[in-house]
Design a protein around this ligand. Structure first.
Ligand code: ACO
Length: 402
């Protein structure tokens, strides 16, 4: 019999940190978060300034290159991304393999992974040119693939990208235009979409980004790593929370039912949680939630839904929770997902698309983090340890002796 308690001594000391609450997995220059103060900076720039003054492709450039582009650099970058938005008709057939009612997240996970089968000639992760072209392809093709996943799941024909439109406007058109019908993207919607993309672009070592880095640490190709990140994002504790928050607001339905749900959220025997509340890092208002709340009001005004009962429930729920000692003591504030579901619904997206939109926007963060990891000379394969708590060594018994 092996004394299990001696196993850790045999292999040296290591820390048991479930959920990695206090483990730094890497050094990074991309994103800074001060969760106590509610600060989020990308390459040093505050998220509210980027959301207000920049646009998504400029933020992509910033995240990937470390500096804001000059006018010439930005123009060239936008031109490059625009030129990669198409996907090959052969790749279109890939979508037909899915059931008609497949969840768009399932389609996107499969399609992004399948890009590695399509672009297998440029997958050398040690070649900077291959890394660059993969980054361009991912950022450019993700909206096309996401829009196709939506169109496929609702049984409508695919809409090709329009390269004279901006990144967000083109995406909205690919999602909502119908052949032979005139479809004009409203400026306020394009701006809101672009801002939502900026708000989701990166968030340092969250679960999906850590997944991308861990997958990439083995030398896996970038498309495979992104597929791993998308799969992780799908969960309701992460990217699926905006869908869950909207479902919760719909379930609450009216302002008078809020106290019942607040009580349930505080009851430890009830697994229910207020979706869109709380964050591993933010112990203050999520700075993205502030911008998202403003964007939500703008979109609802634009569609004439400022009296939407869901918004009324959300505003009142936030007010009550922020005054409740349970939420105050545990520092549970609304996160970005609290208002994003209402906003996306008002823009016309079905709930199944919410996490897809998150994945679309987060792609640049995943690529930037993956690239930073590959270029780090100290990078090693990620390999967490464990504390073994299973059975001690024992002899195999034939089936007739068990
Ligand atoms: N409602 C009620 N209580 C909550 C909530 C909530 N939304 N969030 C946390 N708590 C409570 C927990 O019950 C726990 O209480 P205890 O100390 O009495 O046991 C305490 O606050 C700490 O919670 P943990 O789960 O330990 O915190 P953790 O950092 O592991 O989880 C998480 C963070 C997953 C975001 C959590 O707050 C949650 O489940 N929120 C709802 C889902 C959500 O909105 N997710 C989106 C995250 S942001 C993003 O991915 C973009």
């Amino acid at each position: 019999v092996i004394d299990i308690s001696s196993l850790s001594k045999q292999t040296g000391h290591f820390t048991l940190d479930p959920g990695f609450t206090s483990t730094g997995s890497c050094e990074s220059q991309i994103t800074f978060i001060d969760g106590e103060k509610g600060v989020l900076l990308h390459r040093g720039y505050p998220i509210d300034q980027l959301a207000e003054k920049s646009d998504f492709l400029e933020v992509c450039y910033l995240l990937l290159n470390g500096e804001l582009p000059t006018a010439a650099e930005l123009s060239e970058y936008k031109h490059t991304i625009t030129n990669h938005t198409m996907i090959h008709t052969q790749f279109d057939r890939f979508f037909d393999g899915f059931r008609r009612d497949a969840h768009p997240m399932a389609i996107v996970t499969g399609a992004i992974g399948a890009l590695s089968a399509f672009y297998h000639d440029s997958l050398d992760i040690n070649n900077p040119q291959h890394r660059l072209i993969s980054a361009h392809r991912l950022i450019a093709k993700m909206p096309t693939i996401a829009a196709r996943a939506h169109k496929y799941s609702i049984g409508q024909p695919f809409i090709s990208p329009r390269n004279d439109l901006g990144y967000a406007a083109n995406f909205l058109r690919m999602c909502f235009a119908v052949p032979a019908e005139d479809y004009q993207v409203q400026e306020v919607m394009a701006r809101a979409m672009d801002r939502i993309f900026i708000l989701h672009a990166d968030h340092e070592q969250n679960a999906s980004t850590s997944t991308v880095r861990l997958a990439g640490s083995s030398g896996a190709n970038p498309f495979a790593c992104m597929a791993a990140g998308i799969a992780c994002l799908w969960g309701p504790s992460h990217g699926g929370a905006n869908e869950a928050a909207l479902t919760m607001l719909q379930e609450i339905g009216t302002v008078d039912r809020i106290p019942e749900y607040i009580a349930r959220a505080k009851d430890k025997s009830d697994p229910f949680r207020l979706m869109g509340f709380g964050h591993r890092v933010y112990k203050n208002y999520d700075p993205r939630a502030t911008v998202m709340q403003k964007t939500c009001h703008e979109v609802l005004d634009a569609v004439g839904a400022h009296n939407d009962p869901l918004l009324q429930v959300a505003v009142e729920l936030e007010r009550i929770a922020l005054e409740d000692p349970y939420f105050v003591e545990k520092k549970l504030y609304p996160n970005i997902d609290f208002y994003s579901g209402i906003t996306l619904k008002a823009m016309g997206f079905p709930t199944e698309m919410f996490t897809v939109l998150f994945a679309l926007a987060r792609t640049v963060g995943w690529v930037a983090q993956w690239q930073e990891m590959i270029e780090d000379p100290t990078q090693r394969i990620g390999r967490p340890r464990q504390i073994y708590t299973g059975a001690a060594k024992r002899d195999y018994l034939p089936v007739n002796k068990r």
